[in-house]
Design a protein around this ligand. Sequence first.
Ligand SMILES: Cc1cc2nc3c(=O)[nH]c(=O)nc-3n(C[C@H](O)[C@H](O)[C@H](O)COP(=O)(O)OP(=O)(O)OC[C@H]3O[C@@H](n4cnc5c(N)ncnc54)[C@H](O)[C@@H]3O)c2cc1C
Length: 416
Amino acid sequence: MRYSGFRVIAEALTGHKGWKPLWRDPDPKAAYDYVIVGGGGHGLATAYYLAKEFKQARIAVLEKGYLGGGNVGRNTTIIRSNYLLDGNEPFYEFSLKLWEGLEQDFNYNAMVSQRGIINLIHTDAQRDAFTRRANAMVLHGADAEMLNRDQVKALYPFLNFDNARFPIKGAIAQKRGGTVRHDAVAWGYARGADQRGVDLIQNCEVIGMRIENGRILGVETTRGHIGAGKVGVAVAGASSRVMDHAGMRLPIESHVLQAFVSEGLKPLIDGVMTFGAGHFYVSQSDKGGLVFGGDIDGYNSYAQRGNLPVIEDVAEGGMALMPMLGRARLLRAWGGIMDMSMDGSPIIDKTDIDGLYFNGGWCYGGFKATPASGWCFAHLLARDEPHPKAAAYRFDRFAKGLMIDEKGQGATPNLH
Ligand SMILES: Cc1cc2nc3c(=O)[nH]c(=O)nc-3n(C[C@H](O)[C@H](O)[C@H](O)COP(=O)(O)OP(=O)(O)OC[C@H]3O[C@@H](n4cnc5c(N)ncnc54)[C@H](O)[C@@H]3O)c2cc1C
């Protein structure tokens, strides 16, 4: 079924009886050419592009819970491509360009909203660093703009510009950044993949891998053995657990990241804003809630819930920037498990086991990467060679000392 304005009108006139489920609920087959482990944004996007762009068939996505129940449906929905380093910026700009055409591509309303993002500057040294980043972005074909204090004031006059510790001196802006309704991304990719024959199998946890003579033959699941020509693992916070089934230890730790939503308020913040002197960032949802977050909880965990010290830390960051935030009530908070890589950048690579491929290490920034990650992982699976935009995301960079130590706007693990 193709969605369109005409369809909405036709259904409205006929009692909405024609809408179909977004995807089938098939039983697993004995074997597939491609098995993707993990039905989050990255796994679903990989299956979608494998079928659509790389014309592959006999594909299954195995999800231990329900589609979109992981980080893809738990994040704070920010998309941007304001990175600094060569290994990262072209990849994230590729992703932002895919976001720009995504809704037409998969024929689903994901509420892609390029409302702009600004990162605030609080010191002269920070202005130098952000100017360098803006130049790097522009050289890679992305958009970036430096704002002075008055320009920021014109956007958000209520900010605490003269805070004695964290005065606001300007910002780096990316107007094409913004937000996307996160779970609609999972649903759009799932529907698009299903329409192209991909089997989306929920409540199917991978609990083992069948590997013989250095080659993967399939996976053991809670719904039995499923044979596979190639297996692509994209399980985010569960990366180390799943790859343990193949006897692999990863340069990845799992940490909790929390998100918060205030009660609904009148329109206040029309873009995305990050505090440059601590961990706090905020946007406002279409329903009026301020959506904000901050730092990871700071110790290893597989729990999808967070703890009070970080709530206090995030609230302090928010109050330093917008003192009136103290009057708003917090409505909801939740947590997700982050796959923190040791240089803050991801991995999209083959493993030493024939037919086994890995996608992970997204830290707390993998939502914006979803389209490019799916595309590049599908490229790797279908063609057995890395996509040029993701060529730096290799396992051996840690052994060779070629870390992509992003100091622009990625995770900086040694600072946590
Ligand atoms: C609070 C929070 C805020 C964030 N904010 C942003 C943001 O603003 N912008 C941004 O770019 N990124 C953000 N992120 C990060 C982003 O959400 C993640 O990096 C990204 O979603 C991870 O990829 P995914 O969607 O594939 O992960 P997931 O949705 O977690 O998908 C992985 C799936 O694998 C499944 N799985 C696990 N183990 C198994 C198994 N054994 N067998 C089968 N399936 C299994 C899980 O159930 C899960 O559904 C945020 C994350 C959190 C938690």
